[in-house]
Write a protein that binds this ligand. Structure first.
Ligand code: ZN
Length: 146
């Protein structure tokens, strides 16, 4: 499914030292009434928590996401995400690439527990009919419904 959307506003800013990266982006969107959007960010984190969706056997498992904790300073090479509605409220879905002091890269689905060292972001807010998530029987994921 897809639909054309209209460009709305652009927000550019930075998060605070010590913020939870996921929660801060979500709360920024909720406070600024952004429910359809695109997020990009760079910066650094003090520690990170990312996850990997287990495609095999998700139906049998309540823990579908394998959590990966990275307890070290890391550079945010790229954060890319979107904003849509889940259960009627703005919901951020973001993926992140992180580099350690040797240049090794880790990546995954951004989870709560990622602590900001410094982070600069851009959020593109779109106008038009919102995208809403609902549980998808095929993948077990909360995907956009048509
Ligand atoms: Zn994801």
């Amino acid at each position: 499914m897809f639909r054309p959307i209209n460009y709305g506003r652009l927000f550019m800013g930075r998060l605070e030292h010590g913020d939870d990266l996921y929660d801060a982006l979500t709360s920024f969107c909720q406070k600024n009434h952004i429910a359809l959007g695109w997020i990009e960010a760079i910066g650094a984190v003090q520690e990170a928590c990312i996850s990997f969706y287990e495609q095999e056997g998700y139906e049998d498992s309540k823990k579908r996401y394998k959590l990966i904790s990275l307890d070290q300073p890391l550079e945010i090479l790229n954060l890319t995400g979107n904003v849509s509605l889940r259960e009627g409220i703005a919901f951020v879905h973001a993926h992140i690439s992180l580099a350690d002091s040797e240049g090794r890269v880790y990546g995954g689905h951004l989870a709560q527990g990622t602590k900001v060292f410094a982070c600069e972001f851009v959020i593109h807010a779109f106008e038009g009919k919102k995208f809403e998530r609902e549980e998808d029987g095929l993948t077990g994921l909360p995907l956009w419904k048509p």
